[in-house]
Structures are given as C-alpha cells and as structure tokens.
Design a binder for this molecule. Structure first.
Ligand SMILES: [Zn+2]
Length: 286
C-alpha cells in the first residue's frame, strides 16, 4: 500500500507521509495513514462545488472486463485494427468485428461495481458534476450516472460511417457471428462499426471540448484507475490543476502526471471506495 501525498505549498499537510514503490495491495484495516488520506478525500468530495471524475480501465476490471492492454487482454493476443485499414480492407473489417465479438460477451455480462455505483450516487446527491471515461463498456450509465462523457465512444452501440443510423450492438454481433461477414448498414448499405474510437480514428470534437471545459471548471478532479498515458485523458488532470482544482489520482501504478496531483493513492480502487462510500453515507446522514 502506498499513499503518496504530493501536497502543494499552501495546502494543509497530513500528519504523516508514507511512500514506497511496491505493488498496490489491499490496505490493512488498521492503516491510519491510509484512512486519514481517504477520509480527507471524502471531505473534499462532500465540499466540492464542481467535482469531476475521470475513469480508466482499472475501474472495470472488478466488473470482469479485462484491461485490454494488460497480459491476457485483447491486445496481448491480437493486433488492433487501425481505422484506415478498417476503411480500406474487407479482411481488416472482419478481423475488427471478430475482436469486437470476442470482447462483447464480457461487456454484456459485466455489472457495475462499487466505483461505478458510488460515482452515480454522488452525482444524484449533487456531490459530483459528472464522469469523463476512457472506458467503452457503458457501466457508468448502467450504474445510473447521467452526465457521462465517453472519450472513446461506446461498444454497446454500432453505427454507420456513412449515414446517422445506429443501433444496439447485440443483434449485429449475433448477425456477424452467424454469417461470418460484416453486416452492411440496413438503411444505406454503408459500412457499420462499433461506436468506439479506433486506433487512428479522430475523437469526437464536441466530447473533447466538453471534457476540457469540465476540467477547467472543476474544483475537485478525481482520476481513477487510469494509467494516464493516453491523450487526451492524460492532459485533463493537468488542465484541472492549472485551473486551481484539487487533483486526486487513485491508481495501482504510478502515472506520468502524479506530480500534478494534490494527493495520489496507489491502491486498488475497491477498498478505497468502500471507505469513501462509508464516510459519505455517514456524513450525509449526520
Ligand atoms: Zn448508413
């Protein structure tokens, strides 16, 4: 367990600092350092006027969705299909759909975990403005979050690249499996693809702008389960910090933007969120 406090000048410092570079483990129940830091974060959440959470693959692993970059993840077995290949080659499109069909069952089986449920709860209670996510699994919406910006789109929908047709992914994945061919758009005959942002495909400008706007407005910015190595996600905590937000980074591994954080907690998310949920429930009642 590593709780690292990169407190900035002027911020109240916690009583004690505890640093280390070992792998994250569940915090011991009697670790007062850990509890103090997480309880402080709970206070910040309760006091936030414009709290924003940024979430990455690390929050969905507890829901049974493998991090596609990790060993055993889809990119350790298959090379991703780049967007230009997808457009130019029928074979590449079949390979893309094959990979998507493989990941599909994990996504439809997955249920939100305590992180998704807590973020939805805080939004309902006005403690959090919304969630910016790098995930494509739709679990935030399933947990009840209303304001969700999906930086990389969603794997729960497929859409036509030629017209504005879109539909639930389920029946189209089933059709692909049955026919072994990529189904054409039922409206215009164009190419259909999951509504995710592929490698080499541009992110949606309006989603990006909105995410940067939330980061600028945030007074509390929580980066959760993201390695913060992929742009534009990596720049969002920096924007938030530059605009005066408290930035909290909770992740198993160090990130390249840890130096921007008010506090970093190198830990599994579930035990941290169990504690946060406990503190915020108590506080709401008291
Ligand atoms: Zn179409």
């Amino acid at each position: 367990m590593d709780v690292r406090n990169g407190f900035r000048a002027g911020d109240p410092r916690p009583g004690k600092q505890c640093c280390g570079d070992g792998p994250a483990t569940d915090p011991p129940a009697d670790s007062t350092d850990w509890l103090q830091v997480v309880d402080r974060i709970a206070e910040w959440i309760r006091g936030a006027r414009f709290g924003v959470a940024l979430t990455g693959a690390g929050i969905s692993t507890d829901s049974g969705i493998p991090d596609f970059r990790s060993p055993g993840g889809v990119w350790s077995r298959s090379r991703p299909v780049y967007f230009d290949e997808f457009l130019s080659s029928e074979r590449a499109r079949r390979e893309y759909w094959r990979q998507k069909a493989e990941a599909h069952d994990d996504i439809v089986r997955a249920q939100p975990n305590i992180v998704h449920r807590s973020l939805a709860d805080w939004e309902r209670r006005g403690l959090l403005h919304g969630v910016i996510t790098q995930n494509i699994d739709g679990l935030h919406q399933l947990a009840g979050s209303r304001r969700v910006l999906e930086l990389h789109g969603t794997a729960r929908l497929v859409a036509c690249l030629n017209c504005d047709w879109s539909d639930e992914a389920d029946r189209w994945v089933a059709e692909f499996r049955e026919r072994g061919q990529v189904p054409p758009c039922p409206r215009c005959g164009g190419i259909i693809k999951h509504a995710t942002v592929s490698f080499g495909q541009a992110l949606r400008a309006e989603v990006l702008e909105q995410a940067a706007d939330w980061a600028r407005k945030a007074d509390l910015f929580l980066a959760l389960g993201s390695s913060l190595v992929v742009q534009p996600a990596a720049s969002l905590p920096v924007i938030a910090a530059e605009n005066g937000a408290r930035v909290v980074i909770i992740n198993r591994e160090p990130t390249p933007v840890d130096a921007e954080a008010t506090v970093t907690v190198r830990a599994e998310l579930a035990p941290v969120f169990r504690r946060l949920a406990e503190r915020l429930t108590e506080c709401a009642g008291g």
